[in-house]
Design a protein. Structure first.
Ligand code: SF4
Length: 412
């Protein structure tokens, strides 16, 4: 089969995996002439597309879309009627180097169906990264998908070459994995995540203590995972609490939420329709609230509701449920309190804290602080502004703050 045809099949087969983004790694570049590639922002940019059109600047492919497993939600499952292809290790290396040189990509995201055995598959994936790093001195970004049951030594080797490693948890509930992916074992997935965490912790510790010798490199951009949203009936509360558990237990850099895409010849156990993409978006917003805004998973979604509202963002939804905590005097409130004001991002809060050290913040200062006034005014007190109690308590506040519907473009 021609290389281009393989690329067509294996890039298409990889598009359902959202778990890649070239953030958070160490900075490398090759302007000293001693290597190839770079992880600096803006270098070697090109485009790979997730099914919903998001742009990802990595060469994102599978080594093969043949697979021994039969995960019902996966287009590459053993029983799926799709064209199959397999790259050799050298072909992936060549494509990466060629694409990099043409400035199409800033790195490689490599995953694979499981063929022969988890160890054999992992060996092939690791060989690509080893060749890129050792033979071609490739310094660009490499994200490898880890095969959970593969030997520990192979996973350790993967970490020597990759910037990031990931293992997909796949479904928020263990029971759904048993139904939808009977050959996968969530305990094995978690065991591998645990091992990665230990290696990452050891490396971080060695960096602190070893003064002369450099500790062995291990996945400097950490580990991530992906959860499929909408393939089972787990609600948003369950999804967020699973994420909180993953962040806490394994120090993951990111949990990616991938809205389930109906696939051809799908099993009857799967829903016929994809969940609304905005659900995935709301989960990402909620995820940010947990990681950067000090929210606990179980306060983001109301216990008796289970789902995030789709029409407003989760922070605004929380504030509307807790109106008794507002209005907040932004000249006196703590950082933690300010982070809970709808419309204040982490940078805005930083600016507010810095500004109020030297002056009292007034209404006119909000523009300079880059604040969307309509959104925050019902929730804050300034030296020259106090919202009407009827505004904050009124039933119409939600409708007033809800984003206005927009006419979609016609695409021409
Ligand atoms: S292991 Fe499951 S999810 Fe991964 S490629 Fe095979 S069938 Fe798809």
């Amino acid at each position: 089969m021609e290389l281009l045809r393989k690329l067509e099949i294996l890039a298409d087969a990889a598009k359902y995996d959202a778990s890649c983004a070239s953030s958070g790694t160490e900075m490398r570049d090759s302007r000293d002439g001693k290597g190839l590639g770079s992880t600096s922002p803006g270098m070697g940019i090109c485009h790979s597309y997730a099914p919903d059109g998001r742009c990802i600047s990595l060469l994102k492919i599978l080594l093969t879309n043949a697979c021994n497993f039969d995960c019902l939600y996966c287009v590459n499952r053993a029983s799926s009627n799709v064209a199959r292809a397999r790259f050799t290790v050298d072909e992936v290396v060549k494509l990466t180097i060629d694409f990099y040189r043409r400035n199409y990509i800033e790195g490689l995201f490599l995953s694979s169906g499981i063929i022969r055995s988890p160890d054999y598959t992992m060996e092939q994936v690791v060989s690509v990264a080893r060749k890129l790093r050792e033979e071609h001195r490739f310094r660009g970004y490499i994200h490898l998908k880890t095969i959970p049951e593969a030997d520990e030594a192979l996973i350790a080797e993967a970490g020597r070459y990759a910037d990031r490693l990931s293992i997909n948890i796949e479904t928020p509930l263990e029971a759904s994995l048993t139904t939808l992916a009977p050959e996968k074992d969530q305990r094995a997935i978690r065991r591998t995540m645990g091992r990665l965490r230990l290696k990452l912790d050891e490396t971080a510790e060695a960096k602190k203590t070893v003064r002369r010798a450099r500790p062995p490199r291990f996945a400097p951009a950490g580990q991530s995972t992906q959860m499929i949203v909408g393939a089972d009936d787990a609600n948003d509360r369950v999804i967020l609490s699973t994420s909180a558990n993953l962040y806490g237990a394994y120090k993951l850099k990111r949990v990616y939420y991938s809205a389930f895409s109906p696939i051809p010849d799908a099993s009857r156990a799967l829903p016929l329709q994809a969940p609304p993409l905005v659900r995935e978006h709301r989960l990402y917003q909620a995820d940010w609230l947990m990681r950067f805004y000090g929210f606990d998973a179980d306060e983001i979604v109301e216990e008796n509701e289970g789902m995030l509202p789709l029409d407003i963002d989760p922070k605004l939804a929380w504030a509307l449920r807790h109106r008794d905590r507002f209005p907040l005097d932004i000249n006196k409130a703590s950082r933690e309190e300010l982070l809970r004001v709808p419309g204040f991002g982490t940078r805005t809060v930083q600016r507010i804290l810095a500004t109020r050290r030297t002056t009292t913040i007034r209404f006119a200062d909000l523009a300079r602080l880059n604040v969307i006034r309509n959104k925050v005014l019902p929730f804050i007190v300034l030296s020259d502004h106090r919202p009407q109690p009827s505004l904050l308590d009124g039933a119409s506040l939600r409708a007033r703050l809800r984003p206005k519907p927009q006419q979609l473009g016609f695409g021409f």
